[in-house]
Design a protein around this ligand. Sequence first.
Ligand code: KG4
Ligand code: ZN
Length: 341
Amino acid sequence: MLVLGIETSCDETSVALVEDGCRVLGVRTFSQVKSHEKYGGVVPEIASRIHVNVLHYLLEDLFQEIKIKPDDIGLLAVANRPGLIGSLLVGISFANGLAFCWNKPVVGIHHLEAHIYGAFMEEGKQPQYPSVALIVSGGHTQLVQVDALGEYTLLGNTLDDAAGEAFDKVAKILGLSYPGGPVIDKYSQVGDPGAWSFPRALLEDSSLAFSFSGLKTAVLYAVKGYGRKISQTSSTIPERMVKDIAASFQRAVVDVLVIKMERALEKTRARSMIVCGGVAANSELKSAMHAVSNRKNVPLFLPPLFLCTDNALMVAGLGWHKRHQATSFILETYSNSPINK
Ligand code: KG4
Ligand code: ZN
């Protein structure tokens, strides 16, 4: 069955065609980064308007390449939770409109569940359960026990910022571009991760929760301290210092994610591990998680770059597995939505 996926939960507008959950026919993703970068973060109103403007162009373009007719599509799958509510509503309205015109069923997809699914969809087979999934994106940082597709237990959540959000905010403090993750990743490769001693929060007990706001504040004080040393008003930091702070910050984030992942694997006696979401694109996190996988002898599922950040492929792929929940239109959408409900 051919599924048309639609993803508009944040600042990526994406449509994709996937057959039987894993065979990728095509995808079109429009990144809105250029429109949000001057604000240093996503502006919800702008995001919604851009989704409205580009969705139908992406779909037309995709249809032209794949040369299919609406009749070839068996199901529409659309991310309906969690996310920016205005953005989600654009995707859902688009999906409902197509479902009505084409007389096709439509299914609502949990965006975080789609990230988890994206980690193994290319393989065409599911990981061994129980699995531990670390979801690290711009809006979420969670550890989830996965007992089957659709069966989740939340093990730990962030108490404040998400990991990706911390990358974005720290990049802003350092005067780097938005989104912060890729640029900090790049600077870290030429910086000294031991140059600055930044805090690793919530390590002392057996907690699986996360906190990144103290780390972000520590970076802010490091930069402010330097500004005070050279002049009250200066805001430019030497290139060397930017690289070292980026590398030391990234090391602190990766250290915490690794320790918590290891804890979660032990606690659940997991038979596989998953790392997904935009921050899963981080080169240091990837190699650290491969090392965990080898140390613990637990297979790692980590999506390729195009499936890490937001995309409609993961939505279309998961949609096929949820086809029995499809209806003629979608009413429900939530900005917050626990993955285990
Ligand atoms: O999953 P995603 O595309 O959107 C949300 O669902 O939030 O994740 C976006 C986040 C951004 O915060 C971005 O800075 C981060 O993923 N990111 C990275 C990297 N690439 C993207 N963080 C660290 N290293 C990267 N290479
Ligand atoms: Zn996402």
